[in-house]
Design a protein around this ligand. Structure first.
Ligand code: SAH
Length: 433
């Protein structure tokens, strides 16, 4: 909100005479940066976002681009007067010029990474951590204070992504800190599944999937709500499994009884198997990836799910949904969990159209009394915008659609409040009469 001239107040605004005093901005004295570390000097007035805890510094915020620094090198970020703001990893090859490690003038060394990993583990549910077939995210990048690093644990195996120049530069320290901290939990192996697209934006070469420690098996059995999934850590998408949807899968399971379920963008069938375990009458599962559908079918066979209850199709979702509509198919419960349609802010308008399309198609397939679980995992699409898109689809479908619950990632995917970009996964559970 823009403030009016000094003294002007909205009628009824709170505050007595004291609110007419001029506003004074407190200027805290900043410490000097640590000696011997290259400085990254911000342009005047550009320190606010770092001060507010945002971990990214864009190339436009600095007085001068640093020269001669290796990608990922540690710098001390200072304001235009030389006051210390943060320790960060600098990457001259990226639009995100620096990512903050720490807001204290401290050394970013092996000990520091050990402490950062310990802090991340302390944020996890101890009961979940202790289970031998545990499947949970141990480090959620920026939101866990370790920009660019993702670490998922599947039983005795860690799957890691080094997606920023800083994480890449310190990969050995990070790996050894993680292995050391998780050895008491029974972790023995580690495997790399860095994200090629994110690395490209960082100017880093692609890192092939490869073992990092021990002898990781290509797939690892995990337990989610008593369901055993074989996670394809070497050949699957991302780190092998979409751990972030754990709570929503549980919700689908609890609502599936007797339902005709449609699981669109099903991958290896996390939602489908949850629905079958919840006694769905029938599940139709659709994904463009033949490998994912193959796994779903194999998994269903292993889980002892009666084949007639599962119809798994390799298809483009947009085409398959139109075909279902043309056939007059109806479903009581639909899950829409598409890939990231908006990888960057520039692609939001096109993504909004795709989200609207797919939601409109799905709403038209809902039987009376039906429920739609609809998700967006695009960080660039805000929760507010996503809700507007779904509301637009509902209006076009001519249906009164009610929002029953907002859905989000499981608790091992925390969101740092000063980093809204980390709030990527939003879901709406909608109902029609
Ligand atoms: N719901 C899944 C995760 C979905 S990830 C779970 O809980 O495990 C998104 C999936 O969409 C991927 O499996 C990808 O193969 C699939 N996909 C991407 N584009 C698609 C398209 N046009 N049609 C169908 N599936 C698509």
């Amino acid at each position: 909100m823009k403030r009016g001239p000094a003294g002007a107040r909205r009628p009824g605004a709170r505050g007595g005479p004291s609110s007419r005093r001029p506003r004074v901005r407190t200027v805290r004295a900043r410490p000097a940066p640590p000696a011997g570390v290259p400085l990254l000097e911000l342009a005047p007035g550009r320190e606010r976002s770092v001060e507010h805890g945002h971990p990214w510094i864009f190339d436009g915020a600095v007085r001068e681009s640093p020269r001669g620094l290796e990608p990922g090198a540690t710098v001390a970020v200072v304001d235009a007067e030389g006051g210390f703001l943060a320790m960060a990893a600098c990457n001259p090859a990226s639009r995100i010029l620096a990512r903050v490690w720490s807001r204290k003038p401290e050394s970013i060394d092996e000990r520091w990474f050990e402490r950062a990993v310990a802090r991340a583990l302390a944020r996890r549910d101890p009961a979940r951590l202790a289970s031998p077939r545990a499947a949970l995210r141990l480090v959620h990048a920026e939101s866990d204070g370790l920009p660019g690093l993702v670490c998922d644990r599947y039983g005795d195996t860690l799957v890691l992504q080094f997606n920023s120049a800083g994480a890449e530069r310190h990969r050995e320290s990070l790996l050894s800190a993680l292995l050391q901290a998780t050895a008491p939990l029974g972790v023995r192996h580690a495997f790399e599944r860095s994200d090629e697209d994110m690395r490209r934006l960082e100017g880093l070469p692609a890192a092939e999937p490869a073992p990092l420690a021990g002898q990781p098996a290509p797939q690892v059995a995990i337990d989610e709500q008593g369901l055993v999934f074989d996670v394809p850590i070497a050949a699957g998408q991302k780190t092998g499994f979409f751990l972030d949807q754990r709570d929503s899968r549980a919700r689908v399971r609890s609502l599936a009884q007797g339902s005709r379920v449609l699981d669109v963008f099903c991958y290896t069938g996390g939602f489908s198997l949850a629905a079958l375990a919840g006694h769905a009458a029938r599940v139709t599962a659709i994904d463009a990836s033949a490998a994912a559908i193959e796994r779903l079918v194999a998994q269903a066979a292993r889980t002892g799910v009666a084949a007639p209850r599962l119809d798994a199709q390799v298809a483009d979702a947009f085409v398959a949904l139109r075909e279902l509509r043309n056939r007059g198919a109806q479903f009581d419960l639909i899950v829409l969990d598409p890939p990231k349609f908006a990888p960057t802010a520039a692609t939001v308008p096109a993504a909004a159209r795709a989200y609207k399309d797919v939601n409109l198609l799905a709403l038209k397939l809902l039987a009376p009394g039906g429920r739609l679980f609809t998700f967006s995992c695009s960080g660039a699409v805000s929760a507010d915008l996503f809700q507007k898109i779904v509301a637009g689809a509902a209006a076009d479908a001519g249906l009164p659609v009610r929002l029953v619950a907002r859905l989000g990632p499981a608790e091992d995917h925390p969101v740092l409040l000063s980093f809204p970009e980390g709030d990527y996964l939003k879901g709406l559970l909608c109902a029609v009469d």
